[in-house]
Design a protein around this ligand. Structure first.
Ligand SMILES: Cc1cc2nc3c(=O)[nH]c(=O)nc-3n(C[C@H](O)[C@H](O)[C@H](O)COP(=O)(O)O)c2cc1C
Length: 389
């Protein structure tokens, strides 16, 4: 601190003191950052560590009634790296839901709520297409004192062979029916987690709302094949010579997730919350989701690649953004950029009104031959603003 100017010091102090809490569906989150369902929330020990590190909440790894039916394979991850820097920009998994017995989970949920009463613990649940099973799981988990449910209608691989996960999210009638089963017995808020592997994410999301969900989480992973080994000709990740398509996550999916979240923000009824997920690693990424309508955000792969400590930059970066832009509460950020979506025709009209239509006309398709393709591409490209450090 000694090297800081007085102004910088007071700014730093203000940043630390800022209230980052947000109340969503009646639950008070200390900050809007949650671990997304997956390895970062795979047992009570890792969840406790993340609470200690500063996370506002956790969506635990998805649980079901019969863990013995869940058998994972190895290797089950694959990475796509940037050609220039080697940084991981895409990540694929063929991991299933939790393979830990439900009784163990119930004990751990109880324990966590006892030790961390002010942190938010959301249980992610998934079952076969049977009302009694969904309702039994809901009752068992609810009794432990968790704060909310996230219904996993969205894992794209493995579980689908038992008609679970995205098999439900891909069929809005099932999404609605199963949500209704859960809501019939749930006394805590229910969110439904959506698969992006559909044409229109609004349909299953609105179906879950008709079924009684008060929040929508989006997105789960995008179906993918991460690559093929050119030596062995085997697609990756290769398990005993074979593979299955998996779920794609990390930075590369973020624009798709942002688009889907923005569509939900425009389509969901007032009061239904959005938890934004997909490729978030830094505060900059998280704020984008919030500006497009998410009141909480979840991070899974980012934590697997960089560790729970990224919460420090997430919290500091959000506080800094709020100070810089004059936002007093996190809630004020939510959906702030949604009014700036329009139609193509409207954009053309706005350019005309701004007397900039020649800029559009001067880039007609015939002109591409006048410059190199790369130069012309550069000329027409708009860049995301530089990250705040
Ligand atoms: C290894 C791995 C395991 C996952 N397991 C689950 C899961 O059990 N339940 C679930 O709802 N989502 C699961 N997900 C999906 C993530 O929660 C998240 O929706 C997705 O990965 C996109 O966010 P990200 O880019 O921050 O990872 C998993 C993701 C990964 C990478």
């Amino acid at each position: 601190m000694s090297s800081m100017t007085h102004a910088a010091y007071s700014r730093e102090f203000e940043r630390r003191a800022m209230d980052l809490s947000i109340t969503v569906n009646g639950i008070k989150f200390p900050n809007p950052f949650l671990l997304g369902s997956g390895p970062p929330g795979t047992n009570a020990r890792v969840i406790a560590k993340s609470f200690d590190a500063g996370w506002g909440g956790v969506v635990a790894k998805t649980v079901s009634l019969e863990s013995a039916k869940v058998v994972n394979v190895s290797p089950r991850y694959g990475r796509l790296r940037s050609r220039d820097t080697g940084e991981v920009i895409g990540f694929q998994n063929i991991e299933l839901i939790s393979d830990r017995p439900i009784d163990v989970w119930l004990d751990e949920f109880r324990q966590l709520k006892k030790e961390y009463p002010h942190h938010v613990l959301i249980a992610s649940i998934m079952e076969e297409y049977e009302k009694s099973r969904w309702q039994e799981l809901t009752r068992l988990v609810q009794e432990t004192g968790v704060d909310g449910f996230e219904l996993n209608f969205s894992c794209p691989h493995g579980m689908t062979e038992r008609r679970m996960g995205s098999e439900m999210g891909e069929h809005p009638d099932l999404t609605e029916e199963v949500t209704r089963w859960v809501v019939e017995v749930a006394t805590i808020p229910v969110w439904a987690k959506m698969t992006p592997n559909i044409t229109n994410i609004k349909e299953p999301s609105l179906a879950s709302v008709r079924g009684g969900a008060v929040g929508v989480s989006a997105i789960n992973t995008i179906l993918s094949v991460i690559g093929v080994d050119l030596k062995t000709l085997r697609p990756l990740p290769t398990v005993e010579g074979y593979t299955v398509p998996g779920g794609y996550s990390s930075q590369a999916v973020r624009p798709i997730a942002l688009r889907m979240v923005s569509q939900l923000a425009q389509a969901l009824p007032e009061g239904v919350s959005i938890s934004g997920i997909g490729g978030i690693e830094r505060s900059h990424d998280a704020i984008e989701f919030m500006l497009l309508g998410a009141s909480t955000v979840q991070i899974c792969t980012g934590v697997m690649l960089h560790g729970v400590k990224i919460i420090e930059e997430l919290n500091d970066g959000l506080a800094q953004f709020m100070t810089d832009k004059g936002f007093e509460t996190v809630q004020e950020i939510v959906g702030k950029s949604i009014p700036y979506f329009s139609t193509h025709m409207d954009l053309v009209q706005r350019m005309k009104a701004a007397k900039r239509i020649r800029a559009g006309e001067s880039s007609r398709d015939n002109d591409w031959a006048e410059k190199s393709i790369t130069e012309k591409t550069e000329e027409l490209t708009s860049e995301r603003t530089a990250e705040q450090e």
